[in-house]
Design a protein around this ligand. Structure first.
Ligand code: ATP
Ligand code: FE
Length: 356
């Protein structure tokens, strides 16, 4: 099946065309992303009104562009998929409304995709990953461990009780004046540190035996450490960036380790192979990947991480989620609502939109 996917839930406008074969293999026929970092950078974070306007201006052109790139027309599509939440509502509407228009005009089914399900399935764009697997989703807005039993069959095992991991990177970067988005800047600076152990920073939830995450204490400690430096040099900043990155990576790996124990127990002897999939923008971070690789290895899990361009927001993952849903007959009506909130363990787009 061939699906056009559209994405506009945060600050990337994206369109892609994905063809999924019967054996589960996937061809990405076209894939385009237009970021908005330069629009939002002066404000140090995503401004919803600016994002919504930029998405609305770009969606049509992006959709036409990927069709042209793939040498296909709407008539060749089996379905049109769009992120319908969660996200900034004005932004979500841009892709969803465009998809509805195209679906109506071309008489094709609409698939309303949960953005988080897109991230959850993104590894299947490039790797053979069988259900069930354990997912660590680490992005700018979400940090959670999820058991993925199938399309639309996801159970949260733990989530952050305060900030997301990406936010912890972004806020630390802001404190140090590194600009937005912070993750890549923190990683680049940390690489130049000559003393990554210099700053002792708190271990989050060190007495908690569950799978939840917390990053607020680390953010505060990093700010305090930065403020205590009289005139911070580049070397000071590098050491602090390395410290923050070290603790974020350690915390993510430690919590994932707990979830791997639980997952392995429940999978029992039927486990065909234990897999930890990591997704979301923070999965681009080398230190995070290394820590997860080490922890997964020690638990007998294989770590699968999508290529960097499919870790961050993209439309190929939305098109793939659409294709997987289409194959299962899970199509949506043209009245599918845009949802600001939509937890991953709620499967239907229409389920309880008011309280989602
Ligand atoms: P969500 O998907 O939850 O709505 P989002 O769209 O902001 O959030 P992504 O595009 O998946 O999330 O990821 C963006 C986040 O990833 C930002 O917080 C950014 O700082 C972080 N990030 C990107 N690259 C890196 C990196 N190399 N190291 C650390 N963090 C990174
Ligand atoms: Fe995302």
């Amino acid at each position: 099946v061939t699906v056009l996917g559209l994405e506009s839930s945060c600050d990337d406008s994206a369109a892609a065309i994905v063809r999924r074969h019967g054996d589960g293999s996937v061809d990405i026929l076209a894939d385009a992303v237009i970021g908005q970092n330069s629009e939002h950078a002066p404000f140090g974070g995503v401004v919803p009104e600016i994002a919504a306007r930029a998405h609305a201006e770009r969606m049509d052109t992006l959709a036409a562009g990927v069709l042209a790139e793939a040498g296909l027309t709407l008539a060749d599509m089996d379905a049109i998929a769009a992120t319908s939440g969660p996200g900034l509502i004005g932004g979500v509407m841009a892709a969803l409304m465009t998809a509805k228009g195209l679906a109506l005009g071309a008489d094709k089914p609409l698939i309303a995709v949960n953005h988080l399900e897109g991230h959850a399935l993104s590894a299947r764009l490039t790797h053979t990953v069988e259900f069930p697997y354990l997912l660590l989703l680490v992005s700018g807005g979400h940090t959670q461990l999820v058991r993925v039993d199938g399309v639309g069959e996801m159970t949260r095992m733990g989530s952050t009780i305060d900030d997301a991991a990406g936010e912890a990177f972004d806020k630390t970067a802001k404190v140090m004046g590194l600009g937005f988005p912070g993750g890549p800047a923190v990683e680049a600076l940390a690489r130049t540190s000559t003393d990554p152990q210099r700053f002792a920073l708190p271990r989050m939830l060190s007495r908690d035996r569950g799978c939840d995450f917390s990053f607020a204490g680390l953010k505060t400690a990093a700010k305090r450490a930065f403020d205590s430096l009289e005139t911070p040099t580049q070397a000071d900043k590098a050491d602090l960036a390395a410290g923050v990155q070290r603790e974020i990576a350690r915390h993510l790996a430690e919590r994932a380790g707990r979830a791997m124990d639980i997952f392995a127990d429940s999978a029992g002897e039927n486990a065909k192979g234990l897999t930890l999939v990591v997704a979301g923008g923070v999965a681009a971070n080398g230190a995070v990947r290394d820590a997860l690789e080490l922890m997964a290895g020690s638990k007998g899990f294989t770590l699968i991480a999508p290529p960097l361009k499919y870790c961050t927001d993209n439309a190929a993952m939305i098109a793939l989620a659409g294709a997987e849903r289409f194959v299962l007959g899970r199509i949506d009506g043209l009245d599918a609502p845009a949802r600001a909130r939509w937890p991953l363990d709620e499967t239907s787009a229409a389920a309880n939109p008011a309280s989602g």
